[in-house]
Write a protein that binds this ligand. Sequence first.
Ligand code: DC
Length: 421
Amino acid sequence: MRKRFVIAIDGPGASGKSTTAKLLAKKMKYIYIDTGAMYRACGLCSLENNIDLKDIKALEKMLDNMEIQIKYSQTGNQIFLNGKDISSRIREADITKLSSEIAVIDIVRKKMVELQRQIGKDGGVIMDGRDIGTVVFPNADFKFFMIADVETRALRRWKEAKDKGEKISLNDIEKELVWRDRNDSTRDIAPLKQAEDAIAVDTSDMTIQEQVDFILNVIKKGKRRKIYSFICITLYFFMRVVWRLEIIHKERLESIENCIIAANHISAFDPLFIGAIIPGEIYYLAKAELFKNKLLEKLLKHVNVIPVKRGRIDKGAIRVVNEVLQKGHSIMIFPEGTRKATSVKAGIGKFALQLQKDIRPIFIKNSTDFWKCFSGKRRLQIIIAEKIKAESFSQLEDTKENYRNLASNVMKKILELENEC
Ligand code: DC
């Protein structure tokens, strides 16, 4: 699993890409790469060498002899063309237009994409442009597509120009943006468009801080998800090879979503074993004491464990479970509460009745018999039942007795599964 990500931020001019990307890079200690600056450098080079953009041979020669150097830091890029700092010059209006014109040319794009891939190959990079998520890094770890209405974008550019003492009308800026949007998005090669798996961020009514926070939040969640699936894949491998896992009614796994998963509990590994075979993420409940150990706390949070205080009603945990189920995730609950329990707790009945969620009973067998499984005498077996549909208990009143009865019925169904082994 790669630790340092490639983050692609695409979008039209003045949509907030570069400001956001720079701040993100600073926060994440990543390198920020402004790919637009590279096309601007190509535009400037063609202008300085009087090259007709239709003259492909001359362009080829220019690209071969041209040396673009980027001094990248988390706060911005300084760009050099054949050793000369051109960072300010490339922001001028003539180069802005020229950069969009030269960016439609195949050989120019090939050269720039190669350079960009080289810079980003080891990760730890936030790259902004038009085609980063679609062409340069189609497998980027995170992709964002920033948009904003043209009036807002024009106003942003106008304010920037005003601050720099440049005299340009708002109307002219808007016209230039509209022209560039069209030119960048209608070209044949690598047009400006949202990658299918990119997250669109409309920045029209967002502050810069909100843009940064939004993206950071997505990255944080995605990072946790990546760790979760890495753990599940590794564990699944061990379960197959070492525990000689057998899943009975595997086809039923496909329909496990937004439900309460109820299982028997004989070994400390049970939650992990069940979590590893279920497609997608599920949430768990575990005693709050486990979270006292800082290292364990970190790990448990990565695998979606919700701490529950035992011996009293933990309203905080109930609220989190409600949220998790309402967001469409599944949660695993052991009707017996703990491994050493002798009676069924009413909790699962309460959640299912109050939230009207389907219940999926699962029976796990031999998870305490590591050596017998390992030596080939037994197998770790997990049996998946048909779901208990919420309709079947939707008429029940919301009473403690009904919670208890429902919980007992679920436990009965779980134990009946043993006959299917
Ligand atoms: O992001 P910018 O405004 O500095 O970009 C200038 C031009 O460069 C833009 O109009 C289109 C082109 N460009 C591109 O084609 N592909 C990129 N990845 C980045 C910019």
